[in-house]
Design a protein around this ligand. Structure first.
Ligand SMILES: [Zn+2]
Length: 113
């Protein structure tokens, strides 16, 4: 599979994720409207708030990765894809398979942590 296909496939997966998470978030918001009258005394209100924050966080991550995939596509067109942005060495096929939007090689990514 070449890079452009890999990015397209990951984008399709993420688009599905964003759709289902958005739906879940809407469902949670709806549910919280029914329980928010007595938030402090309602243990369910806390659970819903927690789940809502969790789903919102996942949604944010998926959207960020979609943005990264746009950048990856631009790099493919520019012929700069798969080259580590920090050290200029190849990012590596195995890594790109798992993370098609990766901008750095494993060594540089580890150093950043
Ligand atoms: Zn590197």
């Amino acid at each position: 599979m070449d890079a452009i296909q890999r990015v397209a496939e990951r984008r399709a997966d993420l688009t599905d994720v964003v759709t289902s998470l958005s739906r879940r978030l809407a469902g949670i918001k709806e549910a919280s409207e029914w329980t928010s009258n007595d938030d402090e005394h309602d243990p369910e209100g806390v659970t819903i708030a927690f789940e809502r924050a969790q789903v919102a966080g996942l949604l944010e991550m998926a959207r960020t990765e979609l943005g990264e995939l746009d950048l990856a596509e631009a790099r493919i067109r520019a012929g700069a894809y798969g080259v580590c942005e920090r050290c200029g060495r190849p990012v590596g096929d195995g890594r790109l398979e798992v993370l098609p939007a990766a901008r750095t090689c494993v060594a540089c990514a580890d150093r950043r942590r």
